[in-house]
Unconditional design. Structure first.
Length: 138
């Protein structure tokens, strides 16, 4: 019984600390560096010349990112993501950034978060694509 209680106690301590760490590190101005797209068939595309930025504060996310990638050299695909004063919050465990839109709430998984780097991804159900944004703090 003591072992179970100890495991529960350690798990709750580390879960709270991750939430607090992410809550502290997330706010700021983030410039998009790279966009990674995985389509519904599993093909992966990159745009290292993506443009845009995101401003995240305690409860809002604003900004946009424009990116283009070549679809097997046949044609170019241009796309963009726009967050216009979208309400956002962290999930209870601190693993996901919940971004509210008019039609749904995106559950963006936080892959990397440090004082200088942010990488998050979410699945776009309308386009059947997993979108990953790697950003640097300005």
């Amino acid at each position: 019984m003591k072992k179970i209680f100890l495991i529960f106690l350690l798990t709750s301590i580390f879960a709270c600390s991750k939430y607090r760490y992410n809550e502290k590190q997330l706010p700021g101005f983030w410039t998009v560096q790279t966009v990674r797209i995985e389509d519904g068939e599993g093909f992966v595309f990159f745009d290292s010349l993506a443009t845009g930025s995101f401003l995240i504060d305690a409860a809002k996310m604003s900004g946009n990112a424009n990116y283009t990638y070549s679809y097997f050299g046949q044609y170019d695909v241009s796309d963009a993501v726009i967050f216009d004063q979208s309400a956002c919050s962290l999930s209870s465990g601190g693993d996901f950034l919940l971004i509210e839109r008019a039609t749904d709430t995106l559950q963006a998984k936080i892959i990397v978060l440090s004082s200088k780097h942010l990488t998050f991804e979410y699945y776009d159900y309308l386009q059947y694509r997993l979108k990953r944004f790697s950003c640097a703090r300005n």
